[in-house]
Design a binder for this molecule. Structure first.
Ligand code: IMP
Length: 427
C-alpha cells in the first residue's frame, strides 16, 4: 500500500500544487484535509489554465477521486462556482469523482462580515487574512454552539430552526461592533444555503468511512496540504497563522486516516522564503534583491493578488517546519528564480540576545527580535529552466541545494526549475 503526503514547510505558497499534479497519476485518491478557499493554486492542464481553491488539482484527471475531508471549511457558494467553472470546460463531474465530507464545517456570510470587522479594528497589526471567513468559521467550530456542518444543511427543519437563532446572535454581536452594520436575514440565508445544499448533495458523504474503505482496499492515497507548516494554528507563528493544522499534523485529524499509513512524506520548500499577511519574517528583504525575487518568481497572491513579502531561505524556520511535519524528503521549488543573483544566502541560525540558536522561537516577539546568521554562497548567472539533470546545474546551484540538505538534514529528491511539469529534476 502506498500513501503519499505533500506539505509546505514555510508560510505557504511553496508551489505544492505542481508536486501534487506530478504525483496524481500514481494515485487513486487525492485528499484535501484542512483550510478552505483561502488556499489557491493555478494549474495548467491540457493547455488550459485553471484556478483552484477548494478542489484538489486531481479533479482535472478523469480516473482520480477527490476528497474534501472533515477538517476543511467549505464556502458552498465558492465551491459551486469552482465546480461550475471546471465542469463547463471539462464536462460533468460524477459524484464518484468528488466526495465532500458531511462533517466539514460551513462558512456563512456572517463569518466574512465578522472577520472584516476584526481585521479593520486591528488594522495596525492585523493578521492580514484572506477575508474568506476561514478563522471565524473555525472559531465557531471549536465553540460548537453556533456552527453548522454540511450534513446539517441536509436536514432542513432543524437547520432552519438553529439558523434563526444563530443569525439573531450574530446580528447582535455585529451591530455592537459596527453601528453601520446591516443585519442579515436568516430566511434569505436559509433559502440560499438550501439551494447550495441541494446542488452539493450528490457529493456529500461520510468521507472518513470512504477513506477507511480505500485503505482496506489498498487504494493509493495522496494527501494535499494547503498553506504551510509555519501557518499551523498550534505550531506556527501564532497569532499570525491560519486557523487549521496546516502542517503534517493536520493529516490525521483532518481526514480521519492515520498518518502511519503514509510511506512518503514530501516537504515542499521554495528556494527562498515568502510570506503574505502580517507577522515576523527574519530573512525579509526590503530592497532591490527582494523586488527581483518578487518579479522573477511572480510573487503575488493567487487568492488576493497581494504582493508577497520575499526574503532569503530561512533554514531554521524550514527545518522546524520539516520536523513538525515529520517529512522524509524535500522538494525545492523555484530554484530558477535565484539565477542571475551575484550571491545567495541561507539563514543557518538566529542570534537572539547575543546568543546563537538554531531553535525556532515559540513566541512571535522573540522571532521579531532575532537576527539571521547567514551562510553566503556564490550565485549563478546562467538561466537553469532548461536543465533536467542535477549534474547539469551550474556548480553554484548544485552547492546551494547541497547546503540546504546539509542544514535541514533531509535529502532533496525533487528540484523544480520552472512552472511546467517537464521543468523538474528528480534525484
Ligand atoms: P486566513 O487563512 O485567511 O485566516 O489568513 C491567515 C494568514 O494565513 C494570513 O497571513 C494569510 O495571508 C495566510 N494564508 C492563508 N492562506 C494562505 C495560502 O494559501 N498561502 C499563503 N498564505 C496564506
Amino acid at each position: 500500500m502506498a500513501a503519499t503526503s505533500v506539505v509546505g514547510l514555510q508560510w505557504g505558497d511553496e508551489a505544492k500544487g505542481k508536486i501534487v499534479d506530478l504525483l496524481t497519476a500514481e494515485h487513486d485518491v487525492v485528499v484535501r484535509y484542512q483550510g478552505g478557499n483561502n488556499a489557491g493554486h493555478t494549474v495548467r492542464f491540457a493547455g488550459e489554465t485553471y484556478k483552484l481553491s477548494l478542489l484538489p488539482a486531481g479533479i482535472l484527471s478523469e480516473d482520480v477521486t477527490c476528497v474534501i475531508a472533515t477538517g476543511v471549511v467549505v464556502d458552498p457558494a465558492a465551491l459551486l462556482q469552482e465546480l461550475q467553472d471546471v465542469q463547463s470546460r471539462r464536462g460533468t463531474i460524477e459524484p464518484r469523482r468528488l466526495r465532500i465530507s458531511d462533517r466539514a464545517h460551513v462558512i456563512f456570510p456572517y463569518h466574512i462580515a465578522e472577520e472584516d470587522v476584526l481585521e479593520r479594528r486591528h488594522s495596525r497589526d492585523g493578521i492580514g487574512t484572506t477575508r474568506r471567513g476561514i478563522g471565524t468559521c473555525y472559531r465557531d467550530k471549536a465553540g460548537r454552539t453556533h456552527a453548522f456542518r454540511l450534513g446539517d444543511l441536509l436536514r432542513p427543519d432543524s437547520f432552519r430552526r438553529r439558523l434563526r437563532e444563530v443569525v439573531a446572535f450574530k446580528n447582535t454581536v455585529l451591530r455592537a461592533l459596527d453601528p453601520q452594520f446591516e443585519p442579515f436575514d436568516a430566511e434569505a440565508i436559509f433559502e440560499d444555503y438550501r439551494r447550495y445544499a441541494e446542488q452539493l448533495e450528490p457529493f456529500i458523504t461520510d468521507t472518513t468511512a470512504f477513506l477507511h474503505e480505500c485503505v482496506r482496499n489498498g487504494r493509493r492515497l495522496l494527501f494535499e496540504g494547503a498553506q504551510g507548516s509555519l501557518l499551523d494554528v498550534d505550531h506556527g507563528t501564532y497569532p499570525y497563522v491560519t486557523s487549521s493544522n496546516s502542517s503534517g499534523c493536520g493529516i490525521h485529524s483532518g481526514s480521519g486516516v492515520s498518518e502511519r499509513i503514509i510511506d512518503r512524506m514530501i516537504g515542499v520548500v521554495k528556494a527562498y522564503t515568502t510570506r503574505v499577511g502580517g507577522g515576523p519574517f527574519p530573512t525579509e528583504l526590503d530592497d532591490e534583491i527582494g523586488q527581483t525575487i518578487r518579479d522573477r518568481g511572480h510573487e503575488y497572491g493567487t487568492v488576493t493578488g497581494r504582493p508577497r513579502r520575499c526574503g532569503w531561505f530561512d533554514a531554521v524556520a524550514a527545518r522546524y517546519g520539516a520536523e513538525v511535519s515529520g517529512v522524509d524528503e524535500l522538494a525545492i521549488m523555484l530554484l530558477d528564480v535565484l539565477s542571475t543573483l551575484e550571491e545567495v544566502r541561507i539563514c543557518e541560525a538566529y542570534e537572539l540576545d547575543g546568543r546563537r540558536t538554531t531553535t525556532f522561537p515559540s513566541h512571535v516577539e522573540d522571532l521579531e527580535r532575532v537576527r539571521p546568521v547567514y551562510r553566503t554562497l556564490p550565485g549563478w548567472k546562467e538561466e537553469i529552466t532548461a536543465v533536467r539533470d542535477f549534474a547539469d546545474l551550474p556548480a553554484a546551484a548544485q552547492r546551494y541545494v547541497h547546503e540546504v540538505e546539509d542544514i535541514l538534514g533531509y535529502p532533496v529528491r525533487i528540484v523544480s526549475v520552472g512552472p511546467d511539469r517537464e521543468q523538474t529534476i528528480f534525484r
